[in-house]
Design a protein around this ligand. Structure first.
Ligand code: BGC
Length: 759
């Protein structure tokens, strides 16, 4: 339907009808207006499968939904670092939605993994905003290529489950921009989601649903979002103000309650009807974007899509450790599979994303094509209690094998939507099982099923570790193919695994006090913190092994100096030096020079995934613009690059940098500074134009005596001390230390001159 027709339709609607469009008819539908032929539009949960429900609806995954395919969850898809693959997942989901008449799939969930403890981390992508934005962006683009909408969620700074409907995430502006908004920004700009879901929480005291700054000023005006904003289910609390702020759709239904408030506000002159019309226009635009592009011939096939889920799962499983190439396993080895998850894998998490899978492959089913294994359950995951009988059986099975593969991880009671984890451990009974097996078997491999980092007290006792994440219903087959080498692992960690929870930068402030959470770590989330602190981690961000080796060489930048308005091209050669074909995730980090703001050591600015045959070399190229070097300057209210030498680092992980090269960047933007008599000399020196003007006024004879700046006047007074005395001297200090050469009037004049630079 054209924009004109939509406007015409709105002009025929009564005030009540318009208000009624702004909330759901029920749990999953918008309201129809039969008189005008406006259809109801169905939205459905996902995002790693279709949770389409019929009559019995809920947002916690309690009631049944249709049989569907469970693809790998966000934690796993991020680990693939493969945009094309996740685009394919999106296309597949989009087709399923078309076949099921679903106009919008509610996802991707793309909040930053601020702490390993967030209960919904399994749905989320990364601790890094670029990874979250790029991978979620690929999913959005894939779904929408089928003319079905997405709803990236939960906008914004929804990083915990505890008190999620009332808590305030108190985050400074720079951190919001560089980390929490950035996770959404690229995806919104590039993939143009049809809708966005605003979160339950407050942001710096204001409900996300009512934050005009985020829903309108940034999302629409800056990033160009042109769809509708939907509330998270039950997030609405102040309907009229939320409509003004840019929240078009309330979900689910409020049984007419909030529609009446909208009508009353218009009648009482408290809400301009133009705002309501605009909201309805945005809603109808998306509703008809789906209606007009319905694919009546769309069909989907559980089997076919299961195979796609398998293909995706293969690239989401990370090989963390492989001592003495214990993997891949030989088919003639006497292998024991131990652990409940070998039989019943934990392949997805609980809550609104829970998919009703028709078919789940376990490692135990899938291994039959390779060899016959012995099996022992080892533990139960209903409660964290060691079952001595299961433990003894497992130890006996492990003892008679050549190699023991233990399938461990987090049970649903440890990790789910709705609550946060209390610690970073897997159940003690599983840790005990791994320990006991290691006592009788030297070849132990642990396969982990979890959505977020876990502590691994046994890390040095086992020879191999596979992070299988929650990689969907085909995970058993994918893990088995990796164990036996039919698939070469190629995933990398989209998050750091700290050694212990206390190492995480949000440790002191996570969950906060009652309804207030201070994001005290600022931009130092994940590896940005561990790297800055030079801390050892269990496994670093970006880490993941392969059954082959890759050699990096020939890093080339197309320039060594540039302005912040230029772009730079970076090329690097990657060679597969091993014996099997493999895929590598080439990671580009930028390291900023020391300047006036505190910045991380490394920040991921791009990545590429390439496939190489043995002996093959490929050149990977990246183009970086200003944003790759910038931080968010709150005075400019814009991205800013300070002049200096930036290092471009190419690596296999954040801690395995293979080559690097520098580029000098000259800033073309002067950051305005408000000068006062209290401004210290060092701040003037940071501003070259200001320093030129101020030099004649910096008269410090009484500090320097006969010495020059930098010389030691006597043995006890170091040049460093003298320099510091001058640097930290405020402008007004010249009155006391210039031997009467500089007067207050002179300094007031200077301050005026300096401030005139801002004009
Ligand atoms: C969740 C959303 C979900 C919605 C509908 C909410 O509780 O936070 O992610 O899409 O329910 O089920």
């Amino acid at each position: 339907m054209t924009a004109e027709k939509i406007k015409e339709l709105i002009s025929q609607m009564t005030l009540e009808e318009k208000a009624s469009m702004c909330s759901g008819a029920d749990f999953w539908h918008t309201k129809a207006i039969e008189r005008l032929g406006i259809p109801a539009s169905m939205v459905s949960d996902g995002p790693h499968g279709l949770r389409k429900q019929d009559e019995k609806a809920d947002h916690l995954g309690v009631n049944e939904s249709i049989k569907a395919v469970c693809f790998p969850a966000g934690c796993a898809t991020a680990a693939s670092f493969n945009r094309d693959l996740i685009y394919l997942m999106g296309e597949t989901l989009g087709n399923e939605c078309q076949a099921e008449g679903v106009s919008v799939i509610l996802g991707p969930a793309m909040n930053i993994k601020r702490s390993p403890l967030c209960g919904r981390n399994f749905e989320y992508y990364s601790e890094d905003p670029l990874v979250a934005s790029e991978m979620a962006g690929a999913l959005i683009a894939g779904v929408q290529s089928k003319n079905v909408g997405t709803s990236p969620k939960h906008f914004l700074a929804n990083n915990q489950e505890t008190r999620r409907m009332t808590v305030s995430s108190n985050v400074d502006e720079r951190t919001l921009r560089e980390i929490y908004l950035a996770a959404f920004e690229g995806a919104v700009k590039k993939s143009k989601p049809w809708t966005i879901m605003s979160s339950y929480n407050r942001i710096n005291g204001i409900h996300a649903t009512e934050s005009k700054k985020h829903l309108t000023d940034i999302l629409r005006d800056e990033w160009g979002f042109d769809g509708y904003v939907v509330s998270d289910w039950g997030a609405v609390f102040n309907r009229v103000e939320e409509l003004k702020a840019g929240l078009e759709l309330e979900m689910p239904s409020s049984n007419g309650e909030n529609d009446r408030k909208i009508v009353a506000a218009v009648r009482e002159g408290k809400l301009d009807e133009v705002i309501l019309d605009r909201a309805v226009e945005r809603l109808l635009t998306i509703i008809y974007r789906f209606e007009d592009n319905k694919n009546e011939n769309a069909v989907w096939d559980l089997e076919k899509d299961h195979e796609i889920a398998k293909k995706i799962a293969e690239e989401t499983i990370v090989l963390l450790k492989n001592d003495n190439n214990i993997l891949p396993l030989k088919t003639d080895a006497n292998v024991a599979f131990i652990g409940k998850y070998a039989l019943k894998p934990r392949y997805q998490g609980g809550g609104s994303s829970h998919i009703n899978s028709k078919k789940v492959t376990s490692a135990l089913d899938s291994v039959e094509k390779y060899t016959k294994v012995t099996y022992a359950q080892g533990f139960d995951d209903k409660e964290d209690v060691t079952d001595e009988k299961l433990l003894a059986e497992a130890v006996a099975v492990a003892k008679q094998a050549d190699v023991a593969v233990i399938f461990a991880g987090l049970p649903d009671s440890f990790e789910s939507e709705g609550f946060d984890r209390e610690h970073m451990r897997i159940p003690n009974c599983q840790n005990e099982l791994i320990d006991k097996v290691c006592e009788v078997q030297k070849n132990v491999i642990v396969v982990l099923h979890n959505g977020s980092p876990v502590e691994m007290p046994w890390v040095n006792k086992v020879s191999g570790i596979i992070e299988a994440y929650l990689s969907g219903e085909a995970c058993g087959a994918a893990v088995t193919d990796i164990l036996f080498g039919a698939v070469n692992p190629s995933a990398k960690l989209p998050e750091s695994f700290p050694i212990k929870l206390e190492d995480n930068s949000s440790y002191l402030s996570y969950l906060g006090e009652k309804n207030e959470v201070e994001y005290t770590e600022g931009v130092f989330v994940g590896y940005r913190y561990y790297d800055k602190k030079k801390m050892d981690v269990l496994f670093p961000f970006g880490h993941g092994l392969s059954y082959t080796e890759f050699e990096y060489s020939n890093l080339k930048l197309d320039k060594t100096a540039m302005k912040d308005t230029d772009t730079i091209k970076v090329c690097v050669d990657i060679k597969n030096t091993g014996k099997v074909a493999g895929k590598e995730v080439v990671q580009l980090y930028v390291s900023a020079p020391t300047g006036t703001v505190i910045r991380p050591i490394n920040e991921l600015r791009d990545f590429a995934k390439i496939e190489l045959q043995p002996g093959e070399t490929k050149t990977v190229s990246f183009t970086l613009d200003k944003r790759a070097f910038a931080y968010f300057n709150t005075t400019l209210d814009d991205w800013h690059v300070e002049s200096g030498e930036y290092i471009i680092r190419i690596g296999k992980s954040s801690r395995s940098i293979e080559c690097e090269a520098g580029v000098y960047i000259e800033s073309t933007v002067r950051v305005p500074v408000v000068y006062t008599l209290d401004t210290p000399v060092c701040d003037i020196k940071d501003d070259p134009m200001a320093y030129e003007i101020a030099k004649p006024y910096i008269q410090v004879d009484e500090i320097m005596g006969d010495s020059e700046e930098g010389d030691a006047a006597s043995e006890a007074i170091s040049p460093q001390m003298l320099a510091a005395m001058i640097n930290f001297l405020p402008i007004r200090g010249m009155i006391s230390f210039s031997n009467g050469k500089i007067s207050l009037k002179d300094l007031e004049e200077l301050v005026d001159k300096l401030n005139s630079l801002n004009k």
